[in-house]
Design a protein around this ligand. Structure first.
Ligand code: HH2
Length: 291
């Protein structure tokens, strides 16, 4: 397993868990829709997440919450690009959360480090855009269906086997397109076309996904599965989100995608100090061990 994630301008060391801070420039995201919908607010949010200790910023202009309608290309561009330009001046790796090849292309040309695609580069042309930007990182995520309908009745015979098989096929497609292995991380897509039971099964068996030999990125932050477990509304899911991030890292995740960066960074520091006194080596060993 690679101990780093190669991205356009930065090689992200994965010897310790990394925190990706979420910047949603959307009117309708499930937990923070409208809060950073104008560019100036989103730019301030980027700076705040960095001050809180984020290692990567993930900028998105499409809400993929269950039932969401995708914006048009022009709308998504207008949301993302001004904030991306600013984020690129802040000295950290910047990811763009999009499935649109046109926007991937433009963002990578501007200098974006990573494409985070909840559709795993399945749209025509997406693989080729990444192949044409030979250092950019990519996150390939699993989703059953599309956001509009994905929570209607998701069905799996074996959720872990099916997510693993899908991710393996997308890694193979990316490799065949010429994307080097060290540029790729994968994500099981908690909450994307999965019932609570599916999410829990995936979480409990998350270590099986390490057999894909790719670093794991996971996003539990404020998601409705955490609401189902705790009975909490979306605005009250901070403790649940931090607990889920720690559990994900304990089960081998290298990167956690979160809204609440400061709390997650603190929790990870304490967890590592208490559980992994040997430091980075122990973390790598614990991540790589499938036992
Ligand atoms: N979750 C969301 C969006 N993008 N990307 C990855 N790789 N993994 C995730 O789990 C993931 C993701 C949904 O969360 P959020 O961005 O907060 O909400 P919305 O899609 O409503 O903007």
């Amino acid at each position: 397993m690679n101990a780093f994630w190669q991205t356009a301008r930065h090689r992200i060391a994965l010897a310790e868990p990394r925190v990706m801070g979420i910047v949603n420039i959307t009117p309708d995201s499930f937990s923070d829709g409208g809060r950073h919908a104008d560019a100036a607010a989103a730019m301030r949010h980027c700076e705040r997440l960095l001050a809180e200790g984020a290692h990567v910023l993930d900028i998105g202009g499409e809400s993929t919450r269950p039932g969401a309608q995708a914006p048009g290309l022009e709308e998504e561009r207008a949301r993302v690009l001004p904030v991306l330009r600013h984020a690129l001046t802040l000295g950290v790796p910047v990811s763009v959360d999009t499935s649109r090849p046109e926007l991937m292309h433009e963002a990578l040309d501007l200098g974006a480090d990573i494409v985070n695609d909840v559709r795993a580069l399945q749209r025509p042309g997406a693989l080729q855009v990444l192949a044409a930007h030979p250092a950019a990182g990519v996150c390939l995520m699993h989703m059953q269906g599309e956001p509009g309908t994905m929570q209607t009745a998701p069905v799996y015979a074996d959720v872990v086997a099916e997510v693993a098989a899908f991710l393996a096929s997308r890694i193979a497609a990316a490799r065949a397109a010429g994307i080097d292995a060290w540029r790729i991380v994968v994500d099981p897509g908690y909450g994307f076309g999965k019932t609570l039971e599916h999410n829990l099964e995936l979480a409990r068996r998350q270590r099986e996904l390490l057999q894909l030999d790719c670093p794991l990125l996971v996003g539990w932050s404020r998601k409705s599965a955490l609401g189902a477990i705790t009975g909490r509304e979306v605005g009250e899911r901070l403790p649940a989100s931090v607990a889920a991030a720690l559990a994900a890292v304990a089960a081998g995740a290298a990167i956690v995608r979160v809204h609440d960066v400061a709390a997650t960074v603190d929790a990870l520091r304490v967890w590592r100090a208490l559980i992994l006194p040997g430091g980075t080596t122990s973390f790598i060993q614990s991540r790589n061990s499938t036992g």
